[in-house]
Design a binder for this molecule. Structure first.
Ligand code: PAF
Length: 288
């Protein structure tokens, strides 16, 4: 596995691979890798000949009160996970490599797609994500890039940005990977104390109850949300930040559900101080 710390190195590596006619996949991450990331790498390996994983805790996507400083980091552990997952190159730049002194160029998406859900609660978050993902696309020049469905809004935003800016990159979205009790895997699960960890699976249970009601014919978004919130409300440790039913692609709120077009039921819930996100697609075959 090649390890690159600079844009120049990863670009040269990637261009040499392309000259051999090989297809390149990028899996952007912020490290502290778990099974969810490994599933993205597996998908990347199935779809391309050369897999690049980037590990970069991106400061511009964290708000001033957020967890940038304490976000978990363990490069040696991540390196071993990547070796075992058959990653071909790791791109792990320092902050100054991506944002040198005087850096002042950002990618800003406008409209509903960033003004809702997490975008409404984390001002500037998607500007930071779009900026760093653009820089990663320009550094690695991948044919495809793989993202996790857990960050459903991020996937919608990146797809839109890729279209709007004509990046020649295919965006592939990979299903959520869950713990046995249903909790969506996330590097932030590490923050949970034992009591919070025990309460956290109620989020998925709530989403499942709504999905079950939808399967049983319920088409009122208000009633479906109520079903999910009642389950989540069973633990005093869980405080919903939002729970919304929106169009999967545009993230427009849906007043009624047809059952024909899949809808996204997305939630952000504080579990103690930790903000967890999860989602489920209503009307999809696999209700991951
Ligand atoms: O999903 C993440 O881990 C991050 O938002 C990403 C896409 C790596 C950009 O920093």
């Amino acid at each position: 596995m090649i390890i690159c710390g600079s844009v120049r190195e990863i670009r040269e590596t990637s261009r040499a691979v392309r000259r051999e006619g090989r297809k390149i996949a990028l899996v952007p991450t912020m490290g502290y890798l778990h099974e969810g990331h490994v599933s993205l790498v597996r998908k990347a390996n199935n779809r391309a000949d050369f897999v690049v994983v980037s590990i970069f805790v991106n400061p511009t996507q964290f708000g001033p009160e957020e967890d940038f400083d304490r976000y978990p980091r363990d490069f040696e552990r991540d390196r071993v996970i990547c070796e075992e997952a058959r990653v071909d190159a790791l791109f792990c730049p320092q902050v100054e490599e991506i944002y040198p002194r005087g850096y002042s160029t950002f990618v800003e998406i406008e409209g509903r797609i960033v003004d809702t859900l997490c975008g409404a609660r984390r001002p500037g978050h998607f500007r930071g994500v779009a900026t760093v993902v653009s820089k990663l696309f320009l550094a690695v020049e991948p044919d495809i890039a793989v993202f996790g469905q857990k960050d459903a809004q991020q996937c919608a935003v990146i797809k839109k940005m890729t279209r709007d800016l004509d990046f020649p990159v295919e965006i592939v979205v990979s299903p959520i990977v869950r713990e046995k009790d249903g909790l969506a895997m996330s590097s932030r699960n590490k923050y949970l104390d034992p009591g919070e960890r025990q309460a956290a699976p109620l989020i998925k249970k709530g989403l499942d109850l709504a999905s079950k009601a939808f399967g049983g014919g319920e088409r009122s978004p208000a009633k479906l949300k109520q079903a999910a919130l009642a389950e989540i409300g069973r633990s005093a440790l869980l405080k919903p930040d939002y729970l919304e039913i929106v169009d999967c692609g545009t993230l427009e709120p849906l007043e009624t559900l047809s059952g024909k077009r899949p809808a996204l039921l997305a939630a952000a819930v504080f579990c103690g101080k930790t903000r967890l996100i999860d989602n489920i697609i209503l009307g999809a075959q696999n209700g991951n």
